[in-house]
Design a protein around this ligand. Structure first.
Ligand code: FAD
Length: 545
């Protein structure tokens, strides 16, 4: 068996290693058009601040080490430029010798990844000092520019993971940073990304949101970045505006493409040609929850798909079951993690969903150092199916996200979260993990123990149609009064219950939604119809600040 692989990083290298482990005798050739294989794309931003100290640390494997372990014929600086399906061969351009040659295959695996977009609508992105970030040479160019030109200021276009990670690492390098974009971390809902927005501002990143770069000009010393709302003078611009799949090779070979020109594949990673497989960022993903086709660019799926394709080629029937879009982003001292679909997606798809928020310490409050963790779980109202979750905080966001990701994979319902037995000691958690709490709250909602309302409804609830009740302490209410709400602290509610007019619904809030839930139960027992503000005034204030 002769297997040819195009692309030597996440998907390609994983496939090559697994193939060798399954078949000692197969001929495996791996073509990589760049200098490096198996490099850490995800680690690139951290080189700018020297959190990752040396360029070599970004190379998980070198051709020599990889070949030594797996006996793979690795050809770096060799670019596959054409696929001839009829003759089952690829045409290769050697960037060193400048020669072109052919190589035949029995099975061909495409893992050429994606490339960073430089929007063609923006004039001037070809100026010196404008960069994108995808691979090791890109980060070295950025680093060299900083070393040689000593810019005081950098601009990032785009508020996704790469843009945010770069912003943080450039600040650590001593530059001033402006981030321009429509929003930050659009892969989570806006009230959750707002917490990250604050963290970025707190750490000195200037955010120019709700705007786009329109053009870039070079003047004597600087670049002038023109946006839809004002100009930015800057020493360098890094465009982090997303990626597009490197699918031209496949398209020219007549392979079927799908959404956003990604290569269409089935769950065996087969393309429309049974001898050609594709994995990683170049492929169309099936979203795990909705089964929608999407372009999702993540390292975990690319690596797992590399293993699956090797299994398939070697006769083991493993299947790829879909991509949940689980991710985590470090934003200075906090993390933003997410799995499954967002509320916006659920709404767009017309799913009958509900959501709960929790805002509590990431470990027991009585043990020093507990930092707040804000969690959001989205679930299907009728079945309790977990649709997604988002977690933001300085501690434990990734852990809760991973547990929820596992629950989603396993098909657990939101109320099953109550039964998860998760490890606990005061420095690490509370006896009731936030996910247990989510399960309790969702059970309360699904069984009618409590009715929720949400931050987006708060402005429309009117004291004419109901009583608006704040059950925080007097001090809390004085410090952050919410107009129209009367304050009766929870511990006084029983004795002051006659201050609440009967026959009208009561909308109750506190800081996080916990005390207001207790108040709702009390009021309900006295015959009131009650609604609890999920996530409390914290969530409302976060989005409105
Ligand atoms: P790639 O890793 O891009 O590899 C494709 C390779 O194919 C490239 O080296 C390319 O040179 C080569 N190639 C292309 N065309 C040809 C050709 N015709 N012939 C020969 N070789 C070719 N994901 C996460 O899950 N978490 C993260 O924290 C994260 N952070 C990231 C940070 C940055 C800055 C970047 C750029 C990406 C990050 N990602 C992250 C995404 C992750 O790196 C990708 O999803 C993953 O690398 C995709 O693997 P792949 O094999 O499909 O493509």
């Amino acid at each position: 068996m002769k297997i040819v692989i195009v692309g030597g990083v996440a998907g390609g290298a994983s496939a090559a290693a697994r193939l060798r482990r399954l078949d000692e005798h197969a001929e495996i050739i791996l073509f990589e058009k760049g200098q490096h294989i198996s490099y850490a794309n995800c680690g690139l931003p951290y080189y700018v601040s020297r959190t990752i100290k040396k360029q070599e640390d970004l190379l998980v494997q070198t051709p020599k080490s990889f070949n030594g372990r797996f006996c793979i014929d690795i050809r770096t600086m060799n670019e596959v430029i054409r696929i001839n399906r009829e003759y089952k061969r690829v045409e290769v351009y050697n960037h060193v010798t400048k020669e072109t040659y052919f190589e035949t295959y029995d099975k061909l695996i495409l893992s050429p990844g994606a490339r960073a977009v430089k929007p063609s609508s923006v004039q001037g992105l070809d100026n010196e000092g404008v960069f994108t970030l995808r691979d090791v040479p890109d980060i070295m160019e950025i680093d060299n520019w900083i070393l040689e030109n000593e810019p005081e200021h950098a601009t990032i276009a785009g508020g996704g993971a790469a843009g945010i990670e770069l912003a943080e690492n450039l600040i650590m390098r001593g530059l001033k940073v402006t981030l321009v974009g429509s929003a930050i971390i659009k892969a989570v809902d806006k009230e959750m990304s707002k917490i990250a927005e604050k963290e970025l501002k707190k750490n000195g990143v200037e955010l120019l949101l709700n705007r786009y770069i329109t053009s870039v000009q070079k003047n004597a010393a600087n670049l002038v970045v023109h946006t839809t709302d004002g100009d930015v003078q800057t020493g360098m611009l890094i465009v982090c505006a997303g990626v597009v799949p490197n699918s031209k090779l496949a398209a020219e070979a007549g392979l079927k493409l799908g959404v956003r020109d990604c290569i269409a594949i089935n769950d065996k990673m087969e393309t429309s040609d049974p001898d050609i497989y594709a994995v990683g960022d170049v492929t169309e993903s099936t979203e795990f929850i909705t089964r929608e086709k999407k372009h999702i660019s993540l390292a975990g799926p690319a690596n797992r798909q590399g293993r699956i394709v090797a299994n398939q080629i070697m006769g083991i029937d493993s299947r790829y079951k879909g991509t949940q879009s689980s991710f985590v982003i470090k934003v200075f001292d906090i993390a933003v993690a997410s799995t499954g679909i967002t509320e916006i997606t659920a709404k767009d798809l017309g799913i009958d969903y509900d959501k709960v928020y929790m805002h509590a310490g990431a470990h027991a409050g009585y043990y020093p150092g507990a930092k707040p963790l804000t969690s959001k779980i989205i679930f299907e109202r009728t079945t309790g199916r977990v649709l997604g979750g988002q977690f933001v905080g300085a501690e434990g966001a990734d852990k809760r996200c991973d547990v929820l990701a596992t629950a989603i994979r396993a098909g657990l319902t939101a109320t099953d979260l109550m039964d998860l037995e998760l490890c606990y000691a005061p420095p690490f958690n509370s006896a009731k993990d936030p996910l247990n709490m989510a399960g309790f709250i969702i059970e309360n909602i699904m069984t009618g123990m409590v009715n929720n309302f949400h931050w987006e409804n708060l402005n429309s609830v009117s004291h004419k149609e109901g009583t608006l009740l704040d059950v925080r302490t007097k001090q809390e209410a004085e410090k952050n009064h919410v107009s129209k709400f009367i304050n009766i602290p929870l511990h006084e509610l029983r004795i002051r219950i006659n201050e609440i007019p009967p026959g009208k619904p009561v909308y109750v809030h506190c800081f996080s939604g916990l005390r207001s839930y207790v108040a709702c139960r009390l009021l309900k027992a006295h015959g009131f119809e009650c609604y609890n503000l999920s996530g409390g005034i914290f969530m409302y204030s976060t989005i409105n600040s």
